[in-house]
Design a binder for this molecule. Structure first.
Ligand code: TIU
Length: 230
């Protein structure tokens, strides 16, 4: 068993790398670039860029160690038939879901803005989960993919910490997956919520999971025996 131990709070976590997947949540232009969904909600999207380099380094280490890597994208069908009216109507955005922005229609599948940023683009046959909601399990086949690959542990990264990362960690935790979140691989438009969101995961003895940082996790992955050799 290719086992690694990762320093984390509230305590170190041991992971069998053959049963662990990295899930990169919604690192899409619509959230990270000007003119997308995040900006339309009034956010400073530059706050999310800090997660890109740590995610890129973690992806390289995870791929080298043979972990399953999964990507998610939040978005909707072009006819918006899977977009709840309550979601489209929410708030007072400068552009609503489905409206035409500088990167194509906001949060619509197939548009430039909907796709993943170049630095973190999926490789080979890495699964990409298109999700209509904030959580990666709701109305997707993520659970089937994880069960069929005997995955027990998730390393959850991406944006935003307190919205799609948190919702996914909560959904995963209730389905019995152990979740490890490298905090610097996540980011929020609201820095205070990022910090509190991470604390909420690890509080009460790890009520939703474990929190670490990319340096500790990458060091552990770099020491992992390769799956083929294990
Ligand atoms: N608005 C916000 O913080 N996030 C989202 O709408 N989606 C994700 O977090 N991906």
């Amino acid at each position: 068993m290719p086992r690694i131990e990762v320093p984390a709070v509230p305590e170190p976590i041991a992971l069998d790398t053959a049963r662990t997947a990295v899930v990169i949540i919604d690192m899409q232009r619509d959230f990270l670039e000007p003119g997308g969904f995040g900006a339309s909600l009034g956010n400073d999207v530059s706050l999310l860029r800090k997660a890109v380099a740590p995610c890129r380094a973690l992806l390289a280490a995870a791929r080298a160690a043979g972990l399953l890597v999964i990507h998610t994208r939040e978005g909707h069908r072009p006819d918006l038939s899977d977009a709840p009216p309550a979601k489209i109507a929410r708030g007072a955005p400068s552009l609503r879901i489905g409206d035409l922005g500088p990167m194509g229609r906001i949060l619509v599948r197939g548009e430039v803005g909907h796709d993943i940023v170049d630095e973190l683009y999926p490789e080979g046959d890495e699964p990409v989960i298109d999700k209509p909601g904030k959580g990666a399990f709701w109305a997707t086949d993520l659970h089937s993919i994880l069960v069929n690959r005997y995955i027990e542990n998730l390393i959850v990264c991406g944006v935003t910490t307190e919205v799609c990362v948190h919702t996914t960690v909560r959904e995963a935790n209730d389905r019995g997956f152990r979740c490890l979140v490298p905090g610097d691989c996540c980011a929020s438009y609201i820095p205070e919520f990022h910090e509190t969101g991470l604390r909420m995961i690890a509080a009460q003895g790890g009520i939703f999971g474990w929190v670490t940082d990319s340096a500790a996790l990458i060091a552990a992955l770099d020491s992992a025996p390769l799956r083929a050799a294990a």
